[in-house]
Design a protein around this ligand. Structure first.
Ligand SMILES: Nc1ncnc2c1ncn2[C@@H]1O[C@H](COP(=O)(O)OP(=O)(O)OP(=O)(O)O)[C@@H](O)[C@H]1O
Ligand SMILES: [Mg+2]
Length: 384
């Protein structure tokens, strides 16, 4: 794709970046969008799945018809089916009148099934039926209805694994995955960072009428060293906060270093000069204290998680190497000790963060840099 056509496509789609990965993505989107094929979009949280789904709709002949987004992870299991397919009067308690489902509302348009990996197996059967026959039945209904709806689905889950564990139907997976659009995480395409920063900062400054002086080149370099676990959404939030906090000034590498905790040693030696009027011992202690404070509260959480992990894994190794393990509480030594897994850690972190913010999901999601929906899903998943 030539430079200019990529640029004009980016404007049209709103999906920015100049890495080969993004170029490929643009290419796939333009090929697939005008067809009626169902598309499966796979990517971590914050990579732009919704943006791509919208682009597919807007570049299709359905663009003047509805695009209906359904978050399968946020709607409780029983309700999702009647939301999608509608219901007849009296089909269940509370079904006072007949109601149209999203498939009917989206007729001639597109339905975007977000977080499809969360869809219950029963509902998956019905979805597969619509995909194969273009027909559906309302909940409690006896007649079938025809629809003309294009399905775009998205997930941040490993659907193949979900098929293995029986949580996702194989037939539906094969049907959906025929056209798959994978959005790589931002850390795998850091080349896109400068363009994204430019786009987000200009948009934000313009919209909010902020005097924005730009980022120093070294500041951008530093941003490319960071891994952006929350992907483009995290980058966008970061840029917007940086603009607010640095009004009228060029954003310097020190700001980036301190807020993203990059090159910590270097920034500490710059920011915390050794006090001259102290003995070397005192000076050292003071330096350590100040360093600890500057590492932010979050470190406490990381430390606690790490020590729990360490304790657990030491116990596991002791067992592996034949040493008798007795827990301090005198629990049965026969109890199998397993190393803590990543999901154990995640569960623990979410639980503790929720506690720290008095159960506020909004604050917890923000602190963990995940969407509220993702948090909601994880709370369900871990039974918190
Ligand atoms: N390549 C990009 N160019 C411009 N903006 C982007 C790009 N990728 C993502 N964004 C922006 O990042 C934010 C997150 O994107 P989006 O909501 O589409 O992600 P998602 O993959 O659906 O996330 P989640 O799984 O958490 O729902 C949005 O504000 C979106 O506009
Ligand atoms: Mg999304």
């Amino acid at each position: 794709m030539s430079g200019t056509s990529l640029e004009s496509l980016q404007k049209k789609i709103g999906f920015y970046g100049n890495s080969p990965e993004v170029e490929d993505l643009m290419h796939t989107i333009t090929m697939v969008a005008p067809t009626d094929l169902s598309v499966l979009i796979i990517g971590e949280s914050g990579t732009g799945k919704e943006l791509v789904a919208t682009a597919i709709h807007n570049l299709s002949k359905r663009k003047d018809k509805p695009l209906i987004t359904v978050n399968c992870g946020a709607i409780p299991e029983g309700i999702l089916e009647s939301e999608l397919f509608g219901h007849e009067k009296g089909s269940f308690t509370g079904a006072i009148g007949q109601k149209k489902g999203y498939f009917e509302v989206a007729d001639k348009g597109t339905i975007f099934l977000d977080e499809i990996g969360e869809m219950a197996l029963n509902t998956q059967v019905k979805l597969l039926r619509v995909l194969e026959t273009a027909e559906f039945m309302r909940v409690g209904g006896t007649t079938t209805h025809k629809v003309d709806v294009r399905v775009v689905a998205a997930t941040n889950k490993d659907l193949e694994k979900a098929v293995e564990t029986g949580e996702f139907r194989r037939d539906l997976y094969f049907r959906l995955k025929a056209i798959t659009v994978r959005i790589p995480p931002l850390r795998k395409r850091k080349q896109d960072i400068p363009i994204l920063v430019k786009k987000f900062s200009h948009d934000y400054a313009l919209k909010n009428d902020i005097d924005f002086k730009g980022f120093a080149p070294e500041a951008i370099d530093l941003m490319m060293e960071y891994n952006w676990p929350g992907n483009v959404r995290e980058l966008r939030n970061f840029v917007e906060t940086a603009i607010i906090l640095n009004k009228g000034e060029i954003i310097r590498p020190e700001y980036i270093r301190n807020t993203l905790n990059i090159h910590r040693e270097e920034s500490i030696s710059e920011n915390l000069p050794v006090p001259l009027n102290k003995t070397p011992d005192q000076a050292e202690r003071e330096l350590i204290y100040r360093t600890l404070i500057s590492l932010k509260l979050d470190m406490g959480e990381i430390k606690r998680s790490l020590s729990a992990l360490l304790e657990n894994n030491i116990a596991f190794q002791k067992r592996q190497y034949g040493e008798v393990y007795t827990s301090p509480e005198g629990q049965s030594p026969e109890k199998e000790v397993q190393p803590m897994t990543l999901s154990d850690m995640e569960r623990k972190l979410i639980k503790e963060t929720l506690q720290r913010f008095g159960g506020s999901r909004r604050k917890t999601a923000r602190a963990l840099q995940i969407s509220e929906r993702t948090l909601y899903r994880k709370i369900n998943e871990y039974g918190l």
